[in-house]
Design a protein around this ligand. Structure first.
Ligand code: FAD
Length: 336
């Protein structure tokens, strides 16, 4: 996420009520170190490229691996291997993002440019103000919740033992404490998303991770279909057709970990949805929109933490990842 000069854009983002970033003032003191490390990670092209190189090694075959796993688990119909489309107002605006596109190309991400006639042909409901697109090799999932539940059932069918409960702590000896029991394992993988920071903190590690909040709205029966996820460059969000309807997700809110959701961010997403797909303005949305807030586990330098801990061979960290292969984010549709 961090690129050279991004800090210069931050004031404009913050002043724009429809902008892609909000920071709650009360959270600023607690954010200072993370923000500093975030800007530092994107301070030069060399640093950005280091991050890209590491992520590309990790992510290059993710769509194929998901498809393979989904097929094995009998969930193949949920994964669509047909790409992700970024849309821009015109080619010049696209060229302003040249660094990102050059880096993608350098690290083997295939993409092709779509002229206006392609956009109109494949995404007829897209607003006329988008006149250029870049179709990336990628995949998306039509139902993240069903996918994750299906993977759990698949693991159980292969002999895994599924225990549901809140983990209170993990010890270096591999003892996992739940609310009502303790269980000792040979190996423990901590992969609790944004909550991992608390669990790893109890083990004495201070991982520079924040939860980057984000919201989504889902519109059931929007009146049109979308063959591929569409990411409007100006809104910094993704619009994906899921089995439950059109999901609009993205943008970033930095707030204290325990702050209440700011549901007006969902209104901003709805306004964006109507700008991107003008037909939605004519649809009666009453009772058709659900909303959700989630927390991205975000390490300041953009690199996930995947490693054995230095103090114990029994504990492994797998946290801080937020790949973009488009699922609309939420596996559990929690509502606050
Ligand atoms: C609005 C939004 C949209 C997004 N859109 C996309 C997208 O389109 N494409 C994409 O690739 N990524 C997207 N992301 C990012 C993606 O959701 C995250 O990167 C991903 O979910 C991180 O996976 P994870 O397994 O590390 O953590 P999580 O998905 O957060 O999973 C952590 C799990 O651990 C559980 N847990 C936490 N604490 C405990 C505890 N103490 N005991 C037991 N269980 C615990 C949680 O309940 C949860 O089930 C989006 C994120 C958001 C918020």
């Amino acid at each position: 996420m961090a690129t050279p000069g991004i800090w210069r854009k931050v004031p404009d983002y913050l002043l724009d009520p429809h902008g892609p970033l909000t920071i709650r003032v009360a959270a600023l003191p607690g954010l200072a170190t993370w923000l500093f490390k975030f800007f530092l990670a994107g301070a030069t092209h060399g640093k950005v490229e280091q991050t890209v190189q590491a992520l590309s090694y990790l992510l290059h075959d993710v769509p194929d691996l998901h498809l393979k796993l989904a097929e094995k688990a009998g969930l193949g119909e949920l994964i669509f291997r047909n790409g992700l489309l970024h849309v821009y107002s015109d080619k010049n605006t696209f060229d302003n993002d040249a660094i990102a596109w050059q880096l993608r190309a350098k690290y083997g991400v295939r993409w092709i440019g779509w002229a206006e006639r392609d956009l109109r042909k494949y995404i007829p409901n897209l607003a006329a103000r988008y006149q250029f697109g870049a179709l990336l090799d990628g995949a998306f999932c039509r139902d993240p919740e069903k996918y994750v539940a299906g993977l759990v059932s698949h693991a159980v069918s292969l002999g895994a033992n599924y225990i549901k409960g809140e983990v209170v702590s993990v010890s270096e000896l591999g003892v996992v404490s739940l609310m009502d029991q303790k269980i000792t394992f040979d190996q423990v993988v901590i992969s609790a998303g944004a909550a991992s920071k608390h669990l790893t903190g109890l083990l004495g590690y201070n991982i520079p991770m924040r939860s980057e909040r984000s919201y989504h709205i889902q519109i059931s029966d929007p009146g049109f279909d979308l063959p591929i996820p569409v990411m409007p460059s100006d809104g910094k969000m993704a619009t994906t057709m899921t089995n439950g309807g059109l999901r609009i997700a993205g943008q970033v809110e930095l707030a204290s970990e325990d702050a209440c959701p700011n549901w007006s961010r969902c209104d901003v997403l709805l306004e964006w949805a109507c700008r991107v797909y003008p037909e939605l303005s004519n649809v009666d949305l009453d009772g058709r929109v659900t909303r959700w807030m989630g927390r991205r586990p975000s390490v300041a330098d953009g690199l996930p933490v995947i490693s054995r801990t230095s103090r114990s061979a029994k504990v492994i960290y797998a946290l801080g990842a937020w790949p973009y292969w488009s699922s609309g984010g939420s596996k559990n549709c929690r509502t606050c």
